[in-house]
Design a binder for this molecule. Sequence first.
Ligand SMILES: [Zn+2]
Length: 114
Amino acid sequence: MKSNYHCAVKDCKREFCALHRFPKFNEQPERFRLFVEATGNDNLKKLTPRKIYDRIRICNNHFKLEDMRRVGDNRFALFRHAVPSVNIYESKTPAFWVYQFLEGSNVLEDVSGK
Ligand SMILES: [Zn+2]
């Protein structure tokens, strides 16, 4: 199976490894934020959460073995609460910009806890 997707993590050169979708923002906003932060990829700023879910992938190389289970010969599924923790971009500032495109929505309030 040939895929056009590649890993979103900045400077990740791994190929031929399993890729995972990002979480759905409306279901797991905090987990979504951790995924985006882990990539260190500014290009994601230009995308809505929906487009990120549709188009962006992150590779196996950023998860621990216990974060996933094998579901086929060369296929892995992440557990529902797994977040990238290996070979990720070390962000010094929280990625608050993730929520910029949601300003004015109550999703933003849910996330900040205010
Ligand atoms: Zn990767």
